[in-house]
Design a protein around this ligand. Structure first.
Ligand code: DAH
Length: 339
């Protein structure tokens, strides 16, 4: 019986050269290792050989089989590597191609102005404080020297919030940021310099200069020997930086606020322009110091202070020449996209 190992090996070598894809490799595998393949055929015929040859032929057949298995697995690996290389070539990412632009949001003019105001005051040594928008009557009025039945309470149309039938005290949406003066002083001993930016609410009919919701920045300095000239210098410096102009003048006119004495209305003029009323201010009233528990009389403790309150919307309107306060909350993109 003839076992044509040599011929088969030659044939394997020849076939191998022809293989160029995985289909052909499969055919190759079937031809030699399949159930009816050439190697199987050898094994089938072994039993018909003489006893003494069987072992040797068996060994040789196994070697042949292992060689072919190795060849196939090597070819498979080579083919996969080639495929991968081609895929990478085809799927290359073009990093120079322009991407899809994402629509980007931006800050509201009020936020921009608030941040700018904070930055300027911080650079002058002020710290930034906050208080609640839902406020107690005591802080919004009483502690600020505005007792019940005082006509000054009528200055502000207040949103009262009902908290239940039995509750004697109703909170309110704060009508100004001044209550944070009292909250802060209750917990801190002078000297200090703070500003308090925040949202305020008043129940009034809206027009180009009135909104039911607006922003204020409160300022408070308490120290020894604090005077109106300190106040003027600080405010003037603030306005020069805020409007980025040296040509800024301020003017103080007597005004009335229950929590300051004397009180002023502060106006500003840029260049030779119109005077614009910008804020209320004054020396902290002794009754406010009393309400927060500072040593009495103030002449004994030596603490003095001044306070001011400026409309943030107002500042933004003057800076950007906006003629209607209602635009800020209108959601009108033609307006908002300009910032
Ligand atoms: N709270 C006042 C208002 O809303 C503004 C104000 C005036 C604040 C005088 C002050 C001040 O701190 O001293 O109209």
């Amino acid at each position: 019986m003839i076992f044509d190992f040599k011929d088969i090996k030659e044939e394997v070598k020849k076939d191998l050269k022809e293989i160029s894809n995985s289909r052909e490799l499969k055919q190759f595998s079937d031809k030699y290792l399949g159930n009816k393949g050439k190697v199987a055929n050898i094994f089938k015929r072994i039993k018909d050989t003489s006893q003494d040859k069987r072992k040797k032929i068996g060994e040789e057949a196994n070697l042949l089989k292992n060689d072919i298995v190795k060849i196939i697995s090597m070819e498979t690996r080579k083919m996969e590597a080639k495929k991968k290389k081609e895929a990478i070539k085809k799927e290359r990412i073009d990093i120079t191609r322009p991407g899809k632009k994402l629509e980007q949001g931006h800050l509201s003019p009020l936020t921009l102005v608030q941040r700018e105001v904070e930055e300027i005051f911080q650079s002058m040594g002020f710290s930034i404080e906050e208080g609640p928008e839902l406020e107690k009557e005591w802080y919004n009025f009483d502690a600020l020297n505005i007792p019940k039945n005082h006509p000054a309470r009528d200055l502000w149309d207040t949103f009262w919030v009902k908290t239940g039938k039995d509750s004697k005290e109703h909170p309110l949406l704060r009508t100004h940021t001044s209550p944070v003066q009292a909250r802060y002083m209750e917990k801190h001993h002078p000297p200090f310099k703070i500003i308090v930016p925040g949202k305020c609410f008043r129940h009034e009919s809206t027009d180009a200069s009135h909104e039911i919701q607006f922003y204020q920045v409160e300022g408070l300095i308490v120290d020894k020997n604090i005077s109106v000239s300190n106040f003027s210098a600080i405010i003037e410096e603030f306005l020069k930086r805020f409007f980025k102009s040296k040509d800024i003048e301020i003017r103080l006119k007597p005004d009335y606020f229950p929590f300051t004495e004397p009180s002023f209305e502060v106006s500003v003029r840029r260049g030779k322009g119109e005077w614009v009323e910008l804020m209320g201010a004054g020396m902290v009233h002794p009754n406010v110091f009393k309400a927060v528990g500072y040593v009495q009389p103030p002449s004994k403790s030596g603490w003095q202070g001044f306070a001011f309150g400026v409309g943030l919307d107002r500042l933004a309107m003057v800076k950007y020449k906006i003629n209607d306060i209602r635009l800020f909350n209108s959601g009108d993109l033609r307006f908002l996209n300009q910032f």
